[in-house]
Structures are given as structure tokens and as C-alpha cells.
Design a protein around this ligand. Sequence first.
Ligand SMILES: C[S@@+](CC[C@H](N)C(=O)[O-])C[C@H]1O[C@@H](n2cnc3c(N)ncnc32)[C@H](O)[C@@H]1O
Length: 305
Amino acid sequence: MHCTINQGRLRVLELYSGIGGCAAAMRDSAEVVSAVDIDCDALDVYRANFPHPTLRRTLESLPIAFFRHANADLWWMSPPCQPYTQRGRHRDLDDPRAQSFKVILQHLAHVRPRYVALENVAGFLNSRAHHLLREVLDRAGYAVNERFLCPTELGAINRRPRFYLVAALGELRDWPHFRVMSQHISNLLDAAPSPATFVEEVWYERYRSVLHVVSTEAVDQTRCFASSYGKYVVGSGSYLATRDGIRRFTPVEILRQLGFNNGFRLPRELPLRRGWALVGNSLSVHAVRSVLAAIPELSVLGGES
Ligand SMILES: C[S@@+](CC[C@H](N)C(=O)[O-])C[C@H]1O[C@@H](n2cnc3c(N)ncnc32)[C@H](O)[C@@H]1O
């Protein structure tokens, strides 16, 4: 069955929507017809920032009729990355967290939206999940562009190397030469960060050799913030040296580094740890804008930072 061509703005299904990194990247350039996620806190954040319809369900429990009735032009997906991460057990399609992706691919083969886009960790490339996705897309006649991209290549301050795929039943544009307006750490900081973000002196002395610390003066890049930031010491993101001591970045400061706009809000009652977990799971808005600009109707995204 061929998809119907919608008039006006692209209709988007934001699958694994989380806090809405894709919606933040598209702003008003497209219409999100449904944002689906299983996490209540993530959807609370989503609803606090976007007017789009949301659905709290496991994606594998949604019948194909849901996907058909959504009549979306673009299916955006950022499925759980644990089955493909270096730190994980590399269970790939055997990991229960990949189950929803397998079900979506079955629906994709039948519904055939005009565009498909996906973000995941580098380890996704050449995984069995990746092969399955390519098999489905190739058999259905999609043109496919794939790339690795770190937002620092676009001029952003925060490292977040990821694999991206865009597929079309039609033509795709070349990736644009997209530049992020120069970012300086001091412009991205909260005026009054929570005291709970500061680490104790003894703790810092114990771990200083393994921490990545940036200063407010420096123009250093910050490391990729993982959902374990605030929980694990090493490899989960950078720390900040201030006049008052060493501290972690607040979730909102991380969002700004990812390219979310200044108006993006986290609910006041959201615990700090949950905030870190949600933003660590999210996306580089800069990178997603530049990736989605390969879709002709979204090429405007490639023109701004
Ligand atoms: C890598 S994160 C994507 C985050 C999102 N792109 C954002 O901007 O915040 C994966 C998301 O998928 C959700 N998720 C995981 N398994 C799911 C499933 N089976 N059905 C629906 N959502 C699921 C998680 O709650 C999480 O928010």
C-alpha cells in the first residue's frame, strides 16, 4: 500500500519521544501527530513544552491500525540504545529492549510512511537490528542516507557522536553545511544552580584524576552526558569548575548544550536524578536539525542553528 500525500506541514510520528528532542529540533516546521513513550516523567516534560498529542504506551502493544490512522509522513525513532552500546552486553535483537523496534519494523513494511529517520549510538551500525532495518527499507524501495555525526562538527560545545539514518520513498537532499552559532559555556549556565549539583571536596580529591572538568573561562568541549550522570562518576559527562567549587551541570544547562531553546522547562518537582536521566537519554537538537534537513520539506532546518 502506498502512503497518501498530505498537504501542508509534514505529519510526524515521534516514536520513543522521551522529552521531545525531535519536536524541539523541528519546532513549527512539522506537525507531530503523536508522541509515544512509556516513561511518565518524560511525557510530563514533553507536555510541559509541546502542545502535541502524547500517548503513554509500549510501542509493541500498538496495533498496526494506530500507525495507519496516524497517516504520518515521517516516522522518527530513537529506540533504546542499550542493546548496541559498548558498555552493554551487545544482545542486539535478542535484548528485550529491542522488541518494540522489531514490531515497528513489521508495521513499517506494510504502512510505508514517506520518510523514516532514526538516531542511535555508533554501535547500532552493522548490528543485526541495523541489518533488519536496511532489509525492510531496501525491500520497500526507500532511498537511504546514513551518517555518523557529532554536534561538535557543527560547532556545538557538547560531544554526542551518534549514528543517524534518513530514508525516503523519493529523493533526499544532501546534508546541509549547517553551523551552530558559537557557544560559550558561560552563556549556558544557570544563575542559581541547585546546591545539590556541587560535589564535596573529599569526593573530588578521590576522583579528580578520572573526572573531566571544564572551567567557565575555557572554550573546552564537554563530554557526552549519559543518563547515568549524577549516578556514575566516570564516563557519564563533564564537571564544571566554578569559584564556589566543582559541580555537575544542571539538567537545564545540559539541555542548552544540546541545543534546546532557553524556554524549555523541566517541571519544578522533577528530582535532579530524574532530570539528568531524561536529558542524558535525549538528543542533540543541533545534530537532529541538520540530519532532518535532508528531507526536502524540512530543508529549512538546515538554514538555522
Ligand atoms: C533513547 S531514549 C529517546 C529519547 C528521546 N529521543 C528524547 O528526545 O528524549 C528512548 C526512549 O524510549 C522509551 N522507550 C523504551 N522502550 C519503549 C517501548 N517499548 N515503548 C515505548 N517507549 C519506549 C524510553 O522511555 C525513552 O524515553
